[in-house]
Design a protein around this ligand. Structure first.
Ligand code: NAI
Length: 341
């Protein structure tokens, strides 16, 4: 039976990188009925809504989405589609594994970190107002419920994957009540996982520690804004934003998307690296129990990077999006032939 999956192509480089991934999943033999509905400015032109009802109904039906990046206007305009979708479907956990790929020259050759970011509140609650002219107030919302469930998600992941350490990242020395509540929830949850070492680091120190020695960390759990920033920082360890995948997970619904944005500087030029969305799709396949296809794609991805011949410019190559995609599909066939499938 084919999987029904909602495809949100996004804008900027979104259609190029999601298009490449759709081709790769088809070549891997995964049967998917894509329901394609866009969000953002392009959706507004077609449906008169930034998040059209068609998209909401599709995600309600399929429970799984693959999403390209959507441009968010800065300092005005419509609110972030990403934040709105995460809230609408209560996709409370943003999971961002950061793993080195072979043969990519990076400062640290074998990074394997997992960032677990609270996805529904914090500074991203979007509650801002002008108190008096020249004074704006923004509310940072931290709740016991959201902090406890994100800590539980991080520890459950650590237990399932036999990871050794979970660090809660915070600024409770300054935000004593809000970050203090987050920390208390993490400490309480940690008690149920005695086999996992629990640590706490302040966010600014964490950034320095990560750059000095990322190997000291394993799983990091943090609030929304900190997670957004730290995951871009960590992307640099493994070759940049073109590589790092993400998953937004809720109860009965999950949307998979890269960490990167719509990259308007390279959009429409066949320059974008589709690896980040592809690795997000691999997470999606594992979520759908399509383990063999996920392994096949991952093996072809590693082979393509080891060969170095057809990688994109952001990681030091010369290939465009389509050349990289063709090479990966050819490598998938080579991997399948070598394993006798
Ligand atoms: P960005 O991630 O789009 O780009 C930052 C830099 O990384 C640029 O130099 C870009 O060319 C490069 N880059 C990103 N992805 C790449 C890829 N796949 N291959 C090669 N190079 C890549 O971040 P920026 O410029 O801050 O944001 C642009 C827009 O994207 C904004 O409107 C922002 O709000 C939106 N955005 C959307 C996200 C989403 O939909 N999930 C996430 C982050 C940003």
């Amino acid at each position: 039976m084919a999987h029904k999956i909602t495809l949100i192509p996004g804008d900027g480089i979104g259609p190029e990188v999601t298009g490449a991934v759709v081709r790769i999943l088809a070549a891997a033999g995964v049967k998917i009925d894509w329901e394609t509905v866009n969000a953002g400015a392009q959706a507004y032109e077609k449906y008169g809504e930034y998040i059209p009802k068609e998209l909401v109904h599709s995600i309600e039906r399929t429970g799984v989405g693959l999403k390209g990046p959507v441009t968010t206007p800065i300092g005005g305009g419509f609110p972030s589609i990403n934040v709105a979708l995460r809230k609408k479907f209560d996709l409370y956990a943003n999971f961002r594994p950061v793993r080195s790929l072979p043969s990519l020259p990076t400062r640290y050759p074998s990074v394997d970190l997992a960032i677990v970011r609270e996805n529904t509140e914090g500074e991203y609650s979007g509650i801002e107002h002008e108190v008096v002219p020249g004074v704006v107030e923004a509310l940072k919302i931290i709740t016991e419920k959201a902090s406890t469930r994100i800590a539980r998600f991080a520890f459950e992941f650590a237990r399932r994957e036999k990871r050794k350490k979970v660090h809660a990242i915070h600024k409770a020395n300054i935000m004593k009540m809000s970050d203090g509540l987050f920390l208390r929830c993490c400490r309480d949850v940690a008690k149920d996982y005695p086999e996992i070492t629990y640590g706490e680091h302040i966010i600014d120190n964490t950034c320095m520690q990560l750059v000095m020695n990322p190997y000291q960390y394993d799983v990091l759990v943090m609030e929304n804004l900190y997670g957004d920033i730290v995951s871009d920082l960590c992307a640099a360890f493994v070759g940049g934003l073109g590589l790092v995948p993400g998953a937004n997970i809720g109860h009965g619904c999950a949307i998979f998307e890269a960490v990167h944005g719509s990259a308007p500087d390279i959009a429409g030029k066949d320059l974008a690296n589709p690896t980040a969305v592809l690795q997000s799709a691999v997470l999606m396949l594992r979520h759908l129990n399509e383990t063999a296809a996920a392994d096949r794609i991952h093996a072809a991805l590693e082979k393509t990077y080891k060969e170095k011949k057809h990688v994109t410019r952001d990681v030091g190559g010369t290939a465009g999006t389509s050349e990289f995609t063709d090479a990966l599909i050819a490598n998938m066939e080579a991997v399948a032939a070598a394993s006798g499938r």
